[in-house]
Write a protein that binds this ligand. Structure first.
Ligand code: A3P
Length: 319
């Protein structure tokens, strides 16, 4: 399904004809809308999301660029927010049977299929995910008090992860992309929902201006100080870890449940597929910091570091 053309509205078709195009990482073409690159189905989804999404002040959005650790952040957020209904250590926690992408769907994917989805059965706080850049969020989100958690990742690891992931998505007859080709595109900003740095900066700046609304996290900090970051998340979501929960060891229990080791070894994630047809396994590769050292040449590292330094110069953001 993820490779099929979606039902594209006339509005989307008209718009597409006016947008800059470039080659895609999986599908042949990507379109630049509001400064960011989208595949055709994402473009349709973003347009519908912008036009029809009725935000509520209690909504929560988990936002990332693809391959920043979305699967992990979705799992942790779901576990934190639903810990009363779904006790973490119960043997039938939803995360043991269902991939986090099904539990916390991408809102633009929902809108790509249906311009008027029914969210009425979702009790507040509604938890959504998106890869959409800050500038392209619906106006209803901008004017609401909803909370946004953005997680970024070191661009070198993110690129390597995206390179492997997108090659897995390509059908056999499409052949595989070379790392050199994809590196070149990535550096030019041509990646899904990219330019990566522009997306990061959009949310970073927003987190500085509206810290109560936007929490900015880093994959690397989540790996290095997971307990601290998890407590920060729970606090931000308005459901801090209580002293009693601390005593019971809930932080470690959530981290264990959502760990790469636990999730990647579950039957559902080894052999299951998403409703999009994608294999759950594709979302779990190594889950480590620094795998770029095994894939990038010294020249690539220098080039990427220079771009990152240049783009983030003066922002206070470092990697
Ligand atoms: P690698 O390809 O570097 O291994 P996303 O979820 O945004 O698609 O990102 C996928 C990346 O997050 C992959 O990185 C994947 O292995 C890693 N990942 C998935 N689940 C994880 C977890 N529970 N903990 C840490 N990393 C995880």
């Amino acid at each position: 399904k993820y490779l099929q053309d979606p039902l594209v509205s006339k509005e989307c078709k008209d718009l597409m004809s006016t947008l800059s195009k470039n080659r895609g990482w999986v599908l042949p073409v990507m379109y630049n809308y509001q400064g960011f690159w989208h595949s055709i189905s994402h473009l349709q989804g973003v347009l519908s999301f912008q036009k029809h999404f009725p935000a509520q002040d209690t909504d929560i959005f988990v936002v990332t660029a693809p391959k920043s650790g979305t699967t992990w952040l979705k799992a942790i957020s779901f576990a934190i927010l639903n810990r009363t209904s779904y006790p973490i250590t119960s043997g039938d926690h939803p995360l043991l049977k269902t991939n986090s992408h099904e539990l916390v769907p991408f809102v633009e994917d929902i809108y790509a299929d249906n311009p008027n989805p029914d969210f009425s059965s979702m009790p507040p706080p509604r938890l959504f995910a998106t890869h959409v850049s800050h500038v392209s969020l619906p106006e209803s989100v901008h004017v609401s008090k909803c909370k946004i958690v953005y997680m970024c990742r070191n661009p070198k690891d993110l690129f390597v992860s995206a390179f492997h992931f997108t090659n897995k998505l390509r059908l056999e007859h499409m052949g595989v992309n070379s790392i050199e080709e994809m590196f070149d595109l990535f550096c030019k900003g041509v990646s899904l929902y990219g330019p990566y740095w522009d997306q990061v900066l959009g949310y970073w700046n927003e987190s500085l201006q509206r810290p109560k609304q936007v929490l900015f996290l880093k994959y690397e900090e989540m790996k290095e100080h997971p307990g601290t970051e998890l407590r920060k998340l729970a606090e931000f979501y308005g459901c801090p870890i209580t002293p009693k929960e601390e005593e019971e060891g809930i932080v470690d229990a959530i981290l264990r449940l959502c760990s790469f080791e636990t999730l990647s070894n579950l039957e559902v994630n080894k052999n299951g597929t998403l409703t999009t047809g994608l294999s759950n396994q594709a979302y779990f590769r190594r889950g480590e910091i620094g795998d770029w050292k095994n894939h990038l040449t010294a020249e690539m590292v220098e080039q990427l570091d220079m771009i990152t330094e240049d783009k983030f110069h003066g922002s206070g953001l470092t990697f």
